[in-house]
Design a protein around this ligand. Structure first.
Ligand code: HEM
Length: 380
């Protein structure tokens, strides 16, 4: 999108792209952005033509591969080793704890006074959940959150350029912390996710220390800001469509489909990136081998060619073929967890509040990766 398009509601910009320029390059030699659902879907499905090995940093500088940025067979090996821990039956075990955490955070928010929902709930909840999975003690939570923010804020640079000194320092400190934990776990096995991963041994072998650290970093990058974005998106929806909150209050069983529609309507993982392995044609546009392609997930999810009344929030939309959690071999590994957290937050907010009002709706942007860094609200 051009700056001018981005300055307006990004969804208006996305519509212009879908209708008039479904495959465009922002500048000569730059990445190609792809706006329609059918094309985004085709890219995510075809990992042979659209590689996830997008980094231009030399292999010796990249460290252990992360599954998000690798292709088969490396991707399959890593994903198979960790996927057991993300099965619905495993995630379900966390439900009570997530409910408790969410309840405690909501108990602490002020009634009838403006506060920042990101600070109060949307940021700490996902960090607490991932920290618990990785066995981070409560006392280390603030440091863990600071590392997480630093590493995420620098993701573009980590992949495509030179990471900042701060993010390198954060990554080093976090690595040292987790190496210590991994050592402890080897002597005293633990049940949490990191404990399971240290112990996992299958026909694919074991995860070595570097791979374990890389996976810890990946969880921070892939699971934190995105879930924060889902929570802020839910609050924005309650503000823009107050009947949704009322409906959830009277029909809590709609919370699962509320989450699906929120993932579609304000997709927190708004875009991803691939590199072409061969020359390919998308919507009549030829793209040479080795080019970067950016599937605009948030745009695909508003494509009127696929969704009836695409710009309307329909709490019980069915079918809902959104791509908010990705598609194909890289489909979100944390999907069950993301859905569970989204559902718990929506249910608890609907139970407690009659209204959720954004006090500065214009300054809180949508359509970026993750979501706004601040979301001032009043709840009643
Ligand atoms: C609402 C919250 C979330 C959203 C919208 C989201 C979205 C996505 C999307 C779109 C992808 C695919 C990216 C691509 O194809 O390039 C992805 C992958 C991934 N997600 Fe999520 N995610 C969320 C929460 C989580 C959580 C909570 C975790 C873990 C704790 C997680 C872990 C991962 C991992 C490890 C991958 C890489 C999978 C692979 O490469 O095979 N995500 N996510």
């Amino acid at each position: 999108m051009t700056d001018e398009q981005a300055a307006m509601n990004p969804y208006e910009g996305f519509k212009l792209l879908r209708d008039h320029a479904p495959v465009t390059q922002l500048e000569e030699g730059g990445p190609w952005q792809v706006a329609r659902h059918a094309d985004v879907h085709a890219i995510l499905r075809d990992h042979e033509t659209f590689s996830s090995e997008v980094s231009i940093r030399p292999p010796e500088e990249r460290g252990a591969p992360s599954m998000l940025f690798s292709d088969p067979p490396v991707h399959h090996r890593l994903r198979r080793l960790v996927s057991v821990a993300f099965k619905p039956s495993q995630i379900q075990k966390q439900e009570e704890q997530i409910r408790e955490r969410c309840k405690d955070l909501l108990d602490a928010v002020p009634a009838q006074t403006e506060f920042d929902l990101v600070q109060a709930l949307a940021a700490p909840l996902p960090v607490m959940v991932i920290a618990e999975m990785l066995g981070v003690e409560d006392g280390d939570m603030a440091t863990f959150k600071a590392w997480s923010d630093e590493i995420f804020s620098n993701i573009g640079e980590i992949l495509f350029g030179t990471p900042s000194a701060e993010s390198e320092r954060a990554a080093e400190e976090m690595n040292a912390y987790f190496l210590g934990r991994i050592d402890e776990i080897r002597n005293h096995p633990r049940e949490h996710l990191l404990g399971q991963l240290v112990a996992t041994e299958t026909e694919d072998g074991k995860l070595d220390d570097e791979e374990l650290l890389s996976f810890c970093r990946l969880l921070l990058i892939a699971g934190n800001e995105t879930t924060t974005g889902l929570i802020t998106a839910s609050a924005r929806i309650f503000h823009e469509h107050p009947q949704t909150l009322a409906r959830l209050k009277s029909q809590p069983e709609l919370s699962a489909s509320f989450v699906e529609e929120a993932l579609r309507y304000y997709s927190p993982f708004s875009a991803t990136v691939r590199r072409t392995t061969k020359s390919v044609e998308i919507a009549g546009q030829t793209i040479a081998a080795g080019e970067l392609v950016v599937p605009l997930i948030a745009s695909a999810n508003r494509d009127e060619r696929v969704f009836d009344a695409a710009d309307t929030f329909q709490i019980d939309r069915s079918p809902n073929q959104h791509l908010g959690l990705g598609f194909g071999i890289h489909v979100c590994l944390g999907a069950h967890l993301a859905r569970l957290e989204g559902k718990i937050v929506a249910e608890q907010m609907a139970q407690r509040f009659r209204s959720v009002t954004l006090t500065q709706p214009k300054t809180a942007t949508v359509g970026e990766l993750g979501g706004p860094k601040e979301l001032m609200v009043i709840v009643r």
